[in-house]
Each structure stands twice: as structure tokens, then as C-alpha cells.
Design a protein around this ligand. Structure first.
Ligand code: ATP
Ligand code: MG
Length: 390
């Protein structure tokens, strides 16, 4: 890893000195310049001095009593030095400061008091992201999980499928686009950011900013959390297309929990998917709904990508799998057993089934993940990009 040059902007002299020691302590970066005032105009000589240091990274310390000025400095430096990565350092008690720092152009928000490890991790993330940008080609596959009918189990299946893919292959993202995101609850995560933040920052979204909006689960699965407020203004489908373009260039597999969201966005994401898992129960109302949903999703093409997943499955005398396929008009892909106690307890405790090994239902998700990826080593991945320049 080449040594990164770092400029430190901190009004407090002691904090400036501490940060300098911490940066040099990482051994992968070196403080090349420090500034004790927050420039707020491009004409400020401090900006010129920072520019002439040509830093890879600028650390801006956000003081508790003067966050507004520090945020303006971040915005200004983002404009004036577009090739330098901005890391904000500040407290965690005011979420609006964190959000505003990211919106103003910070790639990372690092907690104060900071440690050498925090900085080292952020520097490694930055160089890893830059490497990924340079690595052309490989694009991930999207699997979208959508309900035939509310409460059929889309979130349970999306979460556990993503975990199964993560443990088998690594580099998996779970993206929650449900009308109200429940995936974080299933995994007992408390995300600071959501899909909404990624969409709002699309104009400057790169791999490392995307990663900073995601919440990491124990085994490495990255969650782009869903909204916790029903949205008044829906983002356009074009914005989602750009977000997914970024996701597939970053992750090997992207699992989407659309749950019961039934709009242009779900249709678009289904169109971008390798396979759409339509979750239904084996009863008349659920299968009738599955037929309607597959018709709706298929209106813009891609009907052949939709597959039926029967959740809470148990054998019912006189009812065959081909009856289910005929009623839904969709080919059956998988059956997930009915285990109410295990599933409900897993959700309530926030410990997904996949992390409670050896249950029949966990084995079912491992099998589903294996089926979806069975050809991946031999078959060249379908590459798509909405923004190919050729
Ligand atoms: N395989 C299963 N066996 C038994 N119960 C299940 C199974 N899968 C899901 N459930 C139960 O169904 C309920 C709904 O599950 P989940 O939240 O995954 O559904 P959803 O389709 O995402 O709901 P929503 O429409 O609200 O998004 C849960 O309370 C869970 O206990
Ligand atoms: Mg759900």
C-alpha cells in the first residue's frame, strides 16, 4: 500500500497534535501539513496551502461548539480538492452532524476520540476502494425477493439467503427497498444510514461512500438498510438504476428485499435481477396474488426470470407442486419448511436462522444459495451496465 499524504484541519491545537501522531502511527500515511483555522472561502490562503500539499486525504476535526463552520469547510474542500478524500472526525451524539458531514462530501465519519486503528481501517478502505474502481469487468448478480402477499416471508428469505451466500462466497450486499425496512431488525443492526441516503448522495456516490452508508453484519454481510419512515417523495427509478449499477460493480452478489413494495422501482430492480424469487404460501389467495404480481412484474419484460418460492411449506393432501405452479403461472424454484417457532424467535431476537446452525430451515437456505450459484464457476457472468460509455 503506497503511503498516503494527509492534511489535518483542526482548530484545537492539542487535537491537531494528537491526530498528527495517530496518522503517522498507522505507518501507511503521513501528515504533510496541518491547519488551525477552518477556511470557508476559496480565496482563503489556507485553501491554497492545502492544495499545494496535494493530499490524498484531508482530516477535518468537527468541534462540538462550531460544527457549522467545520461542515462548511468540508463542503469547500470537497469542491476545491475533488481528488482528495475527506474524512470527518467528530462525536457520535448528533446524528444530523454525521449526515451533514457525509452530505457535504466526507467519505468517512470517524468517532472522536480517534485511535490509530480507526484511522488505519479508514485508510485501508480508501485504498481498497480505489483498487476496486480500477479493476474493470466483473459485475455481481442481483437476486430480488418479493412477496406475493404481505407477510409471506420475503424478509426472512432475503436475510437468510444473503447470509448463506456470504458464508459460501463472501462479498455480498443485502439491499432493503421495502416500504418500511425490517431487514435490520431481523439482524439486530442499528443502521445510521439507509438506501435513502445513498440515493440522496448519488451525484457523488463512489464505492467508498457507498460502503460508508452500509452497515456490516457479523459475518461480513453488508446491509444497505431500508427506510424507517414511509417516504413522501419517492426517488425516480433512474436513481435506483444508478445505485444498482454501483452495487453490482462492488459486490459479487446483491440480494434485494422488496417485500411487498409493488411499484416502478421494484419492477426496475426485478429487471436488473438474475432471478426474482416470488414468495408465496401454498394457499389459494396467496397463489392468486402470485399470479397477479408476476403479471405486473412481467409487463416490462423479464417474466422468465420470476420463480416461485413456497414458504411455510408442508404437504397438503390433494395439493401438488404442479397445482401451485399452474395457479401462480410461475415455475417452482424452492420450498422453505414451515417452522414458526424457530423463525419467529429468530426475528424477535435478531439472530437470523443462518446463525443458528443445524436447523432444518438453515439447511434449506444453504441449499437455495447453492442452487442460485451452481453455474457461477463455469458460466461467465452476464455483464450488464446501464452506463457503458461505448
Ligand atoms: N418458513 C417459515 N415458517 C414459519 N413462519 C415463518 C416462516 N417464514 C416467515 N414466517 C413468519 O412470517 C412472519 C412474516 O415474516 P417476514 O417479516 O419475513 O415477512 P415479509 O413477507 O417480509 O413481511 P412484510 O410484508 O411485512 O414485508 C414472521 O413473523 C415469521 O415468523
Ligand atoms: Mg418484509
Amino acid at each position: 500500500m503506497p503511503e498516503l499524504s494527509v492534511v489535518i484541519v483542526a482548530a484545537d491545537g492539542e487535537q491537531r497534535a494528537v491526530l498528527q501522531v495517530l496518522v503517522d502511527g498507522t505507518s501507511v500515511a503521513r501528515a504533510v501539513h496541518t491547519a488551525g483555522t477552518f477556511p470557508v472561502a476559496g480565496t482563503d490562503p489556507v485553501v491554497r496551502r492545502i492544495q499545494s500539499a496535494n493530499p490524498d486525504v484531508i482530516l477535518v476535526d468537527i468541534p462540538v461548539d462550531n460544527a457549522v463552520t467545520a461542515l462548511r469547510t468540508i463542503e469547500l474542500l470537497h469542491q476545491e480538492l475533488p481528488d482528495s478524500a475527506l474524512f470527518a472526525i467528530g462525536g457520535m451524539s448528533q446524528p444530523h452532524v454525521i449526515v451533514n458531514a457525509m452530505r457535504s462530501g466526507a467519505r468517512e465519519y470517524i468517532e472522536r476520540p480517534t485511535t490509530t486503528t480507526d484511522l488505519l481501517e479508514a485508510f485501508v478502505r480508501l485504498t481498497a476502494a480505489q483498487r476496486r474502481i480500477h479493476r474493470e469487468g466483473a459485475r455481481g448478480k442481483v437476486f430480488t425477493v418479493v412477496n406475493a402477499k404481505g407477510g409471506s416471508g420475503a424478509t426472512t428469505i432475503a436475510v437468510n439467503l444473503a447470509l448463506a451466500l456470504q458464508s459460501a462466497h463472501g462479498n455480498v450486499a443485502l439491499v432493503d427497498i421495502a416500504p418500511l425496512g425490517h431487514a435490520s431488525l431481523h439482524m439486530n443492526l442499528k443502521p445510521l444510514f439507509s438506501v435513502t441516503d445513498a440515493i440522496r448522495n448519488l451525484h457523488r456516490l463512489d464505492s467508498s461512500l457507498l460502503e460508508s452508508f452500509m452497515t456490516r453484519h457479523g459475518g461480513g454481510l453488508q446491509l444497505l438498510a431500508g427506510t424507517s419512515i414511509p417516504l413522501a417523495v419517492e426517488p425516480s427509478t433512474a436513481e435506483f438504476a444508478r445505485l444498482f449499477d454501483m452495487l453490482v460493480s462492488h459486490f459479487r452478489y446483491v440480494v434485494v428485499d422488496a417485500s411487498s413494495r409493488m411499484d416502478g422501482t421494484t419492477r426496475l430492480v426485478c429487471n436488473l435481477s438474475e432471478m426474482v424469487l416470488l414468495v408465496a404460501h401454498a394457499d389459494v389467495a396467496s397463489l392468486w396474488s402470485a399470479a397477479r404480481v408476476q403479471q405486473y412484474l412481467g409487463e416490462t419484460g423479464g417474466r422468465e426470470r420470476v420463480r416461485l418460492v413456497l414458504n411455510r411449506f408442508r404437504k397438503i393432501p390433494g395439493f401438488s407442486e404442479s397445482d401451485a405452479e399452474a395457479a401462480a403461472g410461475v415455475k417452482l424454484l424452492w420450498k422453505v419448511p414451515n417452522q414458526y417457532f424457530a423463525v419467529a424467535t429468530a426475528i424477535d431476537r435478531g439472530i437470523p436462522l443462518m446463525h443458528q446452525n443445524h436447523t432444518e430451515i438453515a439447511r434449506s437456505f444453504i441449499g437455495l444459495a447453492a442452487l442460485l450459484t451452481e453455474n457461477d464457476d463455469e458460466v461467465k457472468r452476464t455483464a450488464w451496465s446501464l452506463f457503458k460509455t461505448v
